[in-house]
Design a protein around this ligand. Structure first.
Ligand code: NAD
Length: 493
């Protein structure tokens, strides 16, 4: 990790502005200093992206993919460093950074560097007008203002940039001011491997300055936002000019376990679903909905597995659950759980954090609660922490009704050895991603996004790339008389 980080603007690292110290969530120690961009610097980056768009949008798909491949190789060659920086900045376990976030990120850049799925221009017929043809093209949108949260900073930076660069867009990336480091590293690496100046810019800084400037700028053509539903709603009203929005927002995702599930697998899946990344994932399976006939047995096995889990120092390769990324988030988790307990919820089990962790660290014990009143905030709102609420059902229809009884609709899990039944249930889920007998698998080929208050639009997959393009239709008259196709208009000879 470098001692100081600047913003990446127009192909260079820019240190203009005051430095802010970033601290480790694991022990509170200073880890590095970073410059937060202000409105002026953000406008500079937007101008650089707008200027670069002219040439970049006319490069060939082949050239863009070649550069993406070089970027994947560059990140691969620095994978260990990226993992350590990600863990130091977020407090997530080094095991997760090393085995999941960084390798998956590299795979995802590679996916966009090699995919053959990018939609080619296609010819269409117009049945109403024989003798004419149409050409449908997928043009880049322009400058993308990409705004990201703090939970998976590198993956998020890759999801927001690789498909946009593939589509021929230029990007101003704004990672969270809490966790900007790997996004800044990625943008600098893009310059190192030959992306032209201005094509990918990255700015550390706050939502109220960098974020708002991106949203209100008439030169930004698309805002690709990932964050909380509350901020997403705010952005829609603060938009300057006509622009596209994609919003990847919060969730309160159900994990439904039927009595015919493979119980050992389901226990692991439910644990992974909620405690990965200390529950700070938008699609975390935060509502366990278990069939009444196996409820007691399932909860007792889950408790046994939680007892065996290791919670503590993120830099220990054996740790399963580690720190919360920000102090504000830790307080929010504490308050929501306390609110639920005050309303009568029962703390079924709370895994103690290792006593060896420093007092200055931001830790919250992985928790499992039962008897949570359905009307409470704890049962209905996103906690974004290692907190699982257990509910139960008797019949298949009830499972679907409870799962869908939420304003959110991001993801869901279904556990059953009867795959036909699981597919039937999955098809009734009001959610953008459903895993059957699994959880959290993230493929670059699979479109991600939410139903209801969980978002608008899709990220990744062909659908995600299409969001980053605009469709052009060219109407070609190949020899028909003009008066045969122009209807309603009498043309003089
Ligand atoms: P947040 O909404 O507070 O912030 C997200 C980003 O928006 C940050 O970069 C922030 O600086 C910026 N921002 C804040 N106010 C802004 C404004 N007025 N204008 C422009 N930008 C502004 O979210 P967070 O606390 O960083 O992240 C946690 C949330 O993100 C959770 O709700 C989680 O579910 C969600 N999330 C969603 C997905 C998904 O794919 N659906 C993935 C990860 C996280």
């Amino acid at each position: 990790m470098k001692e100081r980080y600047g913003n990446i603007v127009d192909g260079r690292e820019d240190f203009e502005g005051g430095f802010v110290t970033l601290r480790s969530p694991a022990d509170g120690s200073p880890i590095t200093e970073v410059v937060y961009a202000d409105r002026g610097k953000t406008e500079e980056a937007i101008d650089a992206a707008a200027e670069a768009f002219g040439k970049w949008s006319r490069t060939t798909l082949h050239d863009r993919q070649e550069l993406l491949l070089k970027l994947a190789e560059r990140v691969q060659s620095r994978a260990e460093e990226y993992s350590l920086i990600e863990t130091m900045n977020t407090g997530k376990t080094i095991r997760q950074s090393t085995m999941m976030d960084v390798p998956l990120g590299i795979e995802h850049i590679r996916y966009f560097a090699t995919t053959k799925e990018f939609p080619s221009p296609r010819e269409i017929e117009h049945p109403e007008f024989p003798g004419t043809k149409g050409i449908v093209q997928y043009a880049p949108v322009g400058v993308v203002g990409a705004i990201a949260p703090w939970n998976v900073p590198l993956l998020m930076a890759i999801w927001k940039t690789a498909p946009a660069l593939l589509a021929g867009d230029t990007v101003v990336l704004k990672p969270s001011h809490h966790t900007p480091l790997t996004a800044l590293e990625l943008a600098m690496d893009s310059v190192e491997v030959g992306f032209p100046p201005g094509v990918l810019n990255a700015l550390a800084g706050k939502g109220a300055t960098v974020g708002q400037t991106l949203v209100s700028s008439p030169k930004v053509n698309l805002v690709s936002f990932t964050g909380s539903t509350a901020t997403g709603e705010k952005l829609l009203s603060g938009s300057g000019g006509v622009k596209k929005f994609t919003l990847e927002l919060g969730g309160k995702s159900p994990n439904v376990v039927f009595e015919d599930a493979n119980i050992e697998k389901a226990v692991k899946g439910v644990m992974f679903g909620i405690y990965l990344n200390s529950g700070q994932l938008c699609e975390s399976g935060s509502r366990l909905i278990v069939q009444s006939s196996i409820r007691d047995k399932f909860l007792s096995k889950l408790k046994g597995a939680m007892e065996r889990m290791r919670a503590g120092n993120p830099l220990d390769m054996e740790t399963d659950v580690s720190a919360i990324t920000t102090e504000e988030q830790k307080r929010k988790i504490e308050n929501m759980v306390e609110g639920g307990l005050n309303l009568g919820a029962h703390m079924y089990y709370q895994k103690p954090i290792a006593e060896t962790v420093p007092k200055e660290g931001l830790y919250y014990s992985p928790s499992l609660l039962t008897d949570v009143p359905q009307s409470s905030e704890l049962a209905r709102e996103e906690v974004f922490g290692p907190v699982l609420v257990a509910l139960e059902f008797d019949r298949e229809d009830d499972a679907v009704a409870i799962a869908n009884d939420s304003e959110y609709g991001l993801a869901a899990g279904v556990w059953s050895e009867d795959v036909q039944k699981a597919k039937r249930v999955a098809s009734r889920m009001e959610a953008g991603t459903i895993w059957i007998n699994d959880y959290h698998l993230l493929s670059a080929a699979a479109p991600r996004g939410g139903f209801k208050k969980s978002g608008i639009g899709r990220e990744l997959g062909l659908e995600g790339v299409l969001e980053l393009t605009q469709t052009r239709h060219i109407f070609v008259n190949e020899g028909s008389d003009i008066d045969e196709v122009a209807y309603g208009l009498i043309l003089p000879d």
